[in-house]
Design a protein around this ligand. Structure first.
Ligand code: TRP
Ligand code: SF4
Length: 325
């Protein structure tokens, strides 16, 4: 099974990304053909004015890939913009991709209407899903672990693969999304995790910061006093427990204590901090050991491997399209 996925290089990785990375590490164990990259071109489609941030976060993301457990012996770890074949395939896909189809993709429609602080009426931004299709298909990706919001892009990728195969030659598989069953983590204020809300916990943090962010977290508003019972399903702290508290007993302790006012929110948060620390401490230790230079070395090796495979696919594509020059 060929697995392909990437993350956009638009800043620091947060604990939501941590959950995704853990999933990738799990998949890596089961498959021999894994491609995990940093999508710096995708970052540029919207962050074209922040090229320094993209550069900075590209290597930082590779550090995180390694720290969480992606292994360069089991996965090809690389940087999108180092493999120009992605762009070449994107160009050729552009010949058969419908503009109105791209304009109708829900993620595009949503962002073009809601984001007002920058001009997204660019060819680059419209082509975002097409570039993603090229990222996946250039490695003949079959499974793509992504968040729920990416389903439309994978569906679009399947359409492009089908169109190409029918028109020219059977070159590409039709990839399927792997959607994680782990619930999406909200920000510390219960809203969507977002840099502009300041409600994010980065992966690269420490116990002190963790306490500073978790202890003031919003809880079920019904628990105004210690003696008021609450409902974990209305509390973002519980969403975090679902991800970081593995022991069934501890989870039951939270649910029972919350609904009967047997525990206070501070007790509940202290348990969460303990469990988050346990899970993240090895990653913090790894991050402290992995320099940007180390990450760069790994990426250069990964780029080489990715490029060789991408070149093979391009040979087939060009042959199918009668460009045998
Ligand atoms: N669009 C993806 C996201 O925002 C990132 C991405 C780019 C990607 N290319 C990809 C994911 C290819 C999977 C496969 O999360
Ligand atoms: Fe949330 Fe825990 Fe307080 Fe219940 S006890 S409201 S789950 S923080």
């Amino acid at each position: 099974m060929v697995i392909v996925s990437g993350m956009r290089a638009t800043g620091k990785l947060h604990i939501g990304n941590f959950v995704t990375l853990e999933k990738w590490v799990e998949l890596q164990k089961k498959s021999d053909h894994n491609f995990f990259f940093v999508a710096d071109w995708h970052a540029l489609t919207s962050h074209y004015d922040e090229v320094e941030i993209i550069e900075e976060s590209t290597l930082d993301i590779i550090r995180h890939y390694l720290a969480v457990g992606l292994n360069p012996n089991q996965s090809v770890i690389f940087i999108q913009s180092a493999i120009k074949e992605h762009a070449e395939l994107y160009l050729l896909f552009g010949m058969i991709a419908s503009v109105s189809r791209l304009e109708r993709i829900p993620t595009y429609k949503e962002q073009i209407t809601n984001i007002s602080d920058k001009d997204l009426t660019t060819l680059g931004f419209l082509g975002y899903p097409l570039l993603q299709a090229a990222d996946i298909l250039i490695y003949k990706g079959e499974r793509v672990p992504v968040g729920e919001d990416q389903i439309y892009h994978i569906e679009f990728t399947r359409e492009i693969a089908r169109k190409f195969n029918l028109r020219y030659k059977e070159v590409f598989p039709e990839p399927e999304a792997i959607i994680s069953n782990v619930p999406k983590l909200p920000g510390t204020d219960g809203r969507k995790m977002s840099k502009s809300y300041g409600n994010i916990i980065n992966i690269e943090t420490n116990e002190k910061e963790l306490k500073e962010k978790i202890l003031p977290m919003i809880t079920d508003p019904a628990r105004k006093r210690r003696t008021d019972p609450g409902n974990p399903e209305k509390c973002p702290v519980w969403d975090y427990h679902k991800v970081f508290t593995e022991s069934q007993e501890e989870k039951e302790w939270v649910v029972k204590g919350c609904t009967t006012a047997g525990i206070g929110c501070i007790d509940c948060k202290k348990l969460l901090i303990k469990n988050m620390k346990n899970k993240m401490e090895p990653v913090w230790e790894n991050l402290a050991k992995i320099s940007k230079e180390d990450a760069k070395k790994i990426a250069i090796e990964g780029n080489e491997k990715a490029r060789n495979i991408a070149k093979e696919t391009m040979k087939e594509v060009k042959d199918a399209m009668h460009m045998r020059w």
